[in-house]
Design a protein around this ligand. Structure first.
Ligand code: XIL
Length: 343
């Protein structure tokens, strides 16, 4: 029988997945089966983001998020709340605020209400997501523009007050890269120096299967854990498709690939060589994670199976991507076996 990821790595780290409520409902029993068999942590893929939870100033929609939280409780799966403060998937009434007092009030209401509602039910929170730019300076979001850099410490302070038992994390992409990593370390030190709690850092882990920055990842695990916090890989997926907005393909301007072309080279399945690259990528990563299992507390995949990965629609729509361990037919891929055989 098929090995279980969470069983395989039970003495090493939690194994998580991003999840949407549809995947645990009657509609998609095949996904639900994989979730229960393989994962012991869930990050709601979208349902706890501000646009979903708090679409208008005085209106909250908790129905969908509640379903995921109840599901986690029922099946003893840890829920990582994602995310309290983020510049993206942020409703317009917040984006368009133009004075500090309103935004400060929004932050207070939002964090207190959301983290408070799930107090004791959500194991951890991505309190602040993607606050840094690639050069390591703070991203010029509405939060930075109106409140200054203090907003980050304040967000953690509010989360701690609302959900004192929840672990609190900073989450971002590319923070394994030296410049951005330095920015993240400075930000974490600032939170700690203010006497505010931060329990961990999430490195998203949206990498290219053929270009995994292993050295930078290893250095990041060492440097972040030296701050006395947990390190997690929180949105792991490995794309096998070209990014037309970067490097060699920067001249390609189409945002939609709707037929077999250079933007969607493998609509009918992965060639063996690319499959092998993907397996090797996952194997290298998990070797490193196992080497640092005392510092790495959770590995979360950004999706259950290839068919519902966001990378079929980002940064180009309507493609056929293969970034996860399970394929479109819910079957484990060679990359799955490459990972479990390490134990
Ligand atoms: C993505 C979701 O997967 C998509 O369904 C949604 O349309 C956009 O957001 N970094 C994050 C995640 O922190 O919340 C993002 O999730 C992917 C990038």
């Amino acid at each position: 029988t098929q090995p279980s990821l969470k069983q395989t790595f039970r003495n090493d780290f939690l194994i998580g997945t991003a999840l949407n409520p549809a995947q645990i409902m009657e509609k998609d029993t095949a996904s639900a089966r994989l979730v229960l068999q393989h994962f012991n942590a869930i990050t709601p893929e979208n349902s706890m983001k501000a646009t979903h939870l708090h679409p208008e100033r005085d209106k909250y929609n908790f129905t969908v998020a509640d379903q995921l939280v109840d599901y986690g409780k029922k099946h003893h799966i840890k829920i990582n709340g994602h995310t309290l403060i983020w510049h993206s998937q942020l409703p317009n009434y917040v984006r368009k605020m133009n004075n500090a007092d309103s935004l400060r009030q929004y932050m207070k209401d939002h964090i207190t209400t959301v983290a408070g509602r799930y107090k004791g039910k959500v194991f951890s929170w991505d309190v602040v997501n993607e606050a840094l730019a690639d050069d390591g300076t703070l991203r010029k979001s509405v939060f930075l523009q109106l409140l200054g850099e203090e907003y980050i410490v304040e967000a953690f302070r509010l989360a701690q007050a609302a959900a004192p038992d929840a672990e609190l994390y900073y989450n971002d992409y590319n923070i394994e890269q030296p410049k951005k990593r330095a920015g993240a370390i400075a930000l974490i030190k600032k939170i700690q120096a203010a006497g505010v709690k931060i329990d961990g850092v999430g490195i998203q882990g949206h990498w290219r299967a053929s270009h995994i920055p292993l050295t930078a990842i290893e250095q990041s695990i060492e440097e972040f854990s030296a701050l006395g916090i947990k390190v997690m890989f929180t949105e792991l997926d490995l794309t096998v498709l070209p990014n037309p907005f970067r490097g060699d393909n920067a001249d390609v301007s189409a945002r939609t690939a709707n037929s077999t072309n250079e933007l969607n080279p493998y609509p009918a399945g992965l060639p063996d060589s690319v499959q092998a690259t993907l397996s090797k990528g996952y194997e290298d990563l998990f070797k490193l994670f196992l080497q640092y299992k005392d510092k790495v507390s959770r590995i979360t995949f950004w999706g259950v199976h290839d068919g519902q990965s966001w990378l079929n629609h980002f940064p180009v729509r309507n493609r056929t991507n293969y970034p996860l361990l399970f394929d479109r037919n819910y079957q484990p891929k060679p990359a799955f076996y490459a990972v479990v055989k390490l134990k």
